[in-house]
Design a binder for this molecule. Structure first.
Ligand code: ZN
Length: 731
């Protein structure tokens, strides 16, 4: 099913224009006066002060935006949005990574800080704490605990007609929730108000408003967050301010329970966060332990490795400076190189340089009076031209045209902080292949995780899943049957370089380590803003095909890269799928937010033209399989993935141009789903849904691993039944 190429390389000029505008409004460089002071006068300012977030401190926060337009601006500006917006009381809830200064700017414009989910900088400590806790549990001999296991009737209306898209109830952790989505035929009227009234069997009633949800300027539906109810609702009625009304009986969600695990079923194989080095060791151990069941596949495209060029400022960036950068990586002998500029102390000297004993000395040019006349531009151009194999130099932003100061020595450094146990070399990404018949004769299922570096829980999900299959194969007939009939592939970490950076340098790192920036954007102050978003680098429905939800900016957290499949990380996923055409199912595991999604995952704007929707039989299969898998996830600790967050990516989350699920579905004919593990958690005290974040305290990540591994096992069951069924919708 090949859909490429679509409409060529149509760039979306409007996005660029809005982006320029909003970045100017939010950017650190242009922050005028003191936005923190300005914000302090607003109601949100107090919350900001209470959060104690410094102006340049970065954090993951949950913010309530006053309107959808502000969200649209943030999206268009390439803001680092962690989870999608939830409509709530006329406003929009969104999680995003930003600095205190940017937060203050948002607050000054009417946003309200709701939760500081996680701060930057505690990555290394958090990893170490999880390892220490694991060691203590082992010492104490604590054993891991075993797991526990709508028909709408529209009525005539005066002005508009309402229809329920969803009306579901569920029980999660002993509380009952109701979620509804409804549409009005008055799609163009932004002022239509829809209210849902519910009734329980004992006659208790209540009501709540739905919020209009528009996406890319197109009316989608009205929706509200799941509402806590005292008991199961037996009837819900939606009424519109225009007079429309409809009533239905809410259905149970997901209405599917997996078979209970048999006696002696083994689970719970992860007891701390795992770095790429830990994951490699785990794969090695599994390969030795389960020789008959497991192959380790080295994927063909080595990554850049956890490496960076060495850089340093010559001069003072506050006044005048040139950025000197090594051509080779810092770990290739360039860390520690010293650079200085000197006054020759004589008249009419030309600009010159020498590089001796790992020290670059730049002798500045002088005029007839002996005054230095070389500018920063002269020095940058000279160094780059003189040492093409060794150095590149750039004028620091704001230093153009300045006379080059006498400065240094300054030391070049790659700025990487991981211990020496993390190799500074290209990394071979590994896949596990699990099953009794690893010859292509059985239906294949692929689970892959950590395309995004900061999502620490996701390799725990896929490794827990893999080890569970391996450990139970000999003792559990059900698992044995799955591995007789299914060929399972697992890539625990697609993006190990970025993951290392997330653990040791900047915990909110999402992308890989490949810096495509040029000129002053290579300023080391941008070190946490480089890299390619691996899940925007694929070829189906890509930015380069004109799809929305990726950026051409090398500093954007959704940077698509210089071209489709430019990155070894994305090529590895495609290579594995291409080499094993028996793979018919795939699950792309991300965090966080509690979503279960499938294609299409991208649209073009304007018009919100999605990639082709799956035909009806496939759509039904995606949905039915999803409900089984959501049911399996819920069996672990009662975490129910919301009905509103189960569906096609572009309908329930956002448009993500060039994502891997679309790649596998449209180009490889694979049923390709996405998890966002880490469901919101209801806080009964505040009556709010709280976000869990990318790197929750380990017990939460552990619980996510167990429950979503249950979901992956259910996917293998789905695949086995699919292969056995005579009639099935072909993807
Ligand atoms: Zn992700």
């Amino acid at each position: 099913m090949r859909i490429r190429p679509m409409a060529g390389r149509r760039r979306w000029a409007a996005v660029a224009a809005v982006l320029a505008m909003v970045v100017a409004g939010l950017g650190t460089a242009s922050a005028s006066a003191d936005p923190l002071a300005a914000a302090a006068a607003t109601p949100g300012g107090a919350a900001l002060a209470a959060a104690g977030l410094g102006a340049e401190e970065t954090a993951l926060v949950r913010v309530q935006l006053p309107n959808a337009a502000m969200l649209d601006q943030l999206v268009a500006a390439g803001a680092d949005i962690a989870t999608t917006a939830h409509a709530e009381q006329g406003r929009v809830l969104v999680d995003l990574v930003l600095t205190g200064r940017n937060l203050a700017a948002l607050v000054a414009r009417g946003a309200v800080l709701r939760q500081v989910v996680q701060r930057a900088g505690d990555g290394r400590a958090r990893y170490a704490a999880s390892v220490r806790a694991a060691a203590q549990r082992t010492k104490a001999g604590l054993q891991p605990k075993a797991g526990t296991g709508p028909t709408a009737s529209a009525t005539a209306s005066t002005t508009d007609t309402l229809r329920f898209l969803q009306a579901y109830w569920w029980v999660s952790q002993e509380r009952t929730f109701l979620q509804t989505e409804a549409t009005t035929t008055a799609t163009e009227d932004p002022d239509v108000e829809i209210t849902v009234t519910w009734r329980t069997a004992d006659g208790t009633t209540g009501s709540f408003p739905l919020e209009r949800f528009e996406d890319a300027g197109v009316y989608m539906y009205h929706v509200a967050l799941p509402q806590p109810l005292p008991a199961q609702p037996v009837e819900v009625t939606a009424t519109s301010s225009l007079g429309g009304s409809t009533t239905t009986t809410p259905a149970p969600w997901p209405n599917s329970t997996p078979p209970p695990p048999p006696q002696g079923y083994q689970k719970d194989f992860v007891d701390a966060y795992l770095t790429p080095v830990d994951i490699r060791a785990r794969i090695g151990r599994l390969a030795r332990q389960y020789r008959d069941l497991l192959d380790v596949i080295d994927l063909p495209n080595p990554t850049q490795g956890y490496r960076r060029t060495a850089t340093g400022y010559l001069g003072d960036p506050a006044t005048a400076a040139v950025i000197i950068e090594s051509v080779k990586f810092g770990s290739q002998g360039m860390n520690g190189v010293q650079v200085r500029s000197v006054d020759p102390g004589a008249a009419n000297q030309p600009l010159s340089a020498r590089y001796v004993d790992r020290e670059l000395t730049i002798s500045l040019g002088t005029d007839a009076t002996g005054a230095v006349v070389s500018t920063t531009d002269d020095v940058a151009a000279f160094v780059t031209a003189q040492y093409p194999q060794r150095f590149r130099a750039y004028v620091e932003n704001g230093s153009a045209g300045a006379v080059m100061p006498v400065a240094g020595p300054s030391t070049l450094d790659d700025g990487l902080h991981a211990p020496s146990t993390v190799p500074r070399a290209p990394w071979t990404v590994q896949a596990l292949r699990i099953g009794y018949h690893r010859d292509g004769s059985r239906i294949g299922v692929l689970a892959y995780s950590q395309e995004h570096a900061r999502e620490w829980a996701v390799p725990l999900v896929t490794l827990e899943f893999a080890e569970r299959l391996l450990a139970n194969a000999r003792t559990d007939p059900g698992t044995r049957q799955l591995l007789e009939d299914v060929d399972v592939f697992v890539i625990p970490t697609v993006n190990p370089d970025g993951a290392n950076y997330s653990f040791y340098d900047y915990n909110f790192q999402r992308r890989n380590m490949h810096d495509y920036c040029a000129g002053a954007n290579r300023d080391p102050r941008n070190r946490n803003r480089w890299g390619v978003d691996v899940n925007r680098n694929y070829a189906a429905g890509s930015l380069f095909d004109g799809y929305f939800g990726a950026s051409t900016s090398c500093l954007s957290d959704v940077f698509a890269g210089p071209g489709e499949l430019s990155e070894p990380e994305s090529r590895n996923v495609v290579a594995l799928a291409d080499a094993h055409p028996n793979i018919a199912f795939a699950l792309n595991v991300h965090s966080y937010g509690g979503y279960f999604m499938w294609p299409p995952g991208a649209y073009r704007v304007p018009g919100r033209i999605t990639l082709p929707r799956p035909p009806a039989d496939q759509a039904a299969f995606f949905q039915a399989s999803a409900q089984r898998i959501v049911g399996a996830i819920a069996a672990e600790r009662g975490t129910v993935t919301w009905s509103s967050q189960t569906g096609p990516v572009c309908d329930v989350l956002y448009s993500a141009a060039g994502n891997s699920a679309d790649q596998l579905y449209y180009d490889n004919g694979i049923y390709a789903w996405d998890f966002e593990v880490g469901n919101p958690i209801w806080n009964p005290t505040t009556q709010q849904w709280n976000s869990v974040g990318f790197q929750p305290p380990f017990p939460e990540a552990h619980a996510e691993a167990l429950e979503y591994a249950d979901g992956l096992v259910e996917l293998v069951r789905v695949a086995r039944e699919y292969a056995a069924a005579a009639q099935r919708p072909a993807a």
